[in-house]
Ligand binder design. Structure first.
Ligand SMILES: [Fe+2]
Length: 280
């Protein structure tokens, strides 16, 4: 058996390559991670991170889940609404184990479906569309071992802020199955990865935690037209409405996905409250 065939998803790298990519992440002149600097080196490597990104990170820096919120999400992933959505998504797309996008603004694709299955969660809906896409603020929930395909965030500027658990982010130099891997980072609560059109726009995200755990990440994406002191982009529609990805299945063609979310925050909050009430 060749070494190639023994390499495992999601990153298909050997232990040696993993080590090299983790060292690379610590040596890039521009840090792919925003964290409280603990050394002059950390400070220097974060100095040139764009101010807009630093501002997003600063605004997110106090957000956290309480112990009961974390436990409620764990229970919902085990036997609640989040499990229902995961099962449904996993059947629709078998190319990778699914994660859940929660729209912090607007409506999720599965909102109506979830309400039909769980009438006790009913909330008034004033929207006629199935879901909204392009939310600038998204909560993502990653069960242990689940991962995204390689995808590009185009020309958006954003952050991936780790709220709970542990998440790995592999940065690539381009959007292709065999793209060069630039760096592998692990985020723990309070740490941020960042991206813009110049840096770290293409990545794959993976939850390396043991079975039964999960990670939650908080994402903010700004379009160019929303950035201060920058001209509006022209030409290709590089907004957060559509992101491109590489199919996990051979022949690994490029595709596009409209960034619909699965669930709205108001419905997830209702589910978490229901579980918390049952726990008391
Ligand atoms: Fe992403």
């Amino acid at each position: 058996m060749s070494q190639e065939s023994t390499l495992k998803p999601p990153f298909f790298i050997s232990r040696e390559e993993e080590l090299q990519l983790r060292i690379a992440a610590d040596q890039l002149p521009l840090s792919p991670v925003i964290t409280a600097p603990t050394s002059f080196d950390d400070f220097a490597r974060q100095l040139m991170i764009p101010n807009t990104v630093m501002e997003l990170a600063r605004k997110a820096s106090s957000i956290h889940f309480s112990a009961w919120e974390t436990e409620a999400i764990r229970q919902s992933l085990h036997a609640g609404v989040l499990k229902q959505i995961l099962d449904e998504k996993g059947q629709k797309d078998t190319s990778h184990p699914p994660y859940i996008r929660v729209a912090c603004t607007g409506k999720g694709d599965y909102d109506d479906w979830v309400l039909d299955q769980n009438p006790h969660l009913h909330v008034e809906s004033d929207q006629e569309h199935k879901g909204d896409y392009g939310s600038p603020v998204v909560l993502e929930i990653w069960p242990a071992g689940h991962y995204s395909p390689i995808h590009s965030h185009g020309s958006t500027t954003g952050i991936v802020y780790c709220l709970t658990g542990q998440i790995e982010v592999m940065a690539y130099d381009s959007l292709a199955w065999d793209a060069k891997k630039l760096a592998l980072i692990t985020l723990t609560p309070g740490q941020c990865a960042w991206l813009n059109d110049q840096h770290f726009a293409v990545h794959k995200v993976y939850c390396p935690m043991p079975e039964g755990n999960f990670a939650a990440t908080f994402h903010v994406y700004l379009n160019k037209s929303e950035l201060p002191l920058l001209l509006k982009s022209s030409g290709t529609p590089n907004t957060r409405d559509i992101f491109e990805f590489v199919d996990e299945n051979a022949p690994h063609e490029l595709g596009q996905f409209e960034t619909y979310s699965d669930l709205s925050w108001k419905l997830l909050r209702r589910e978490m409250s229901r579980i918390a009430a049952d726990l008391m």
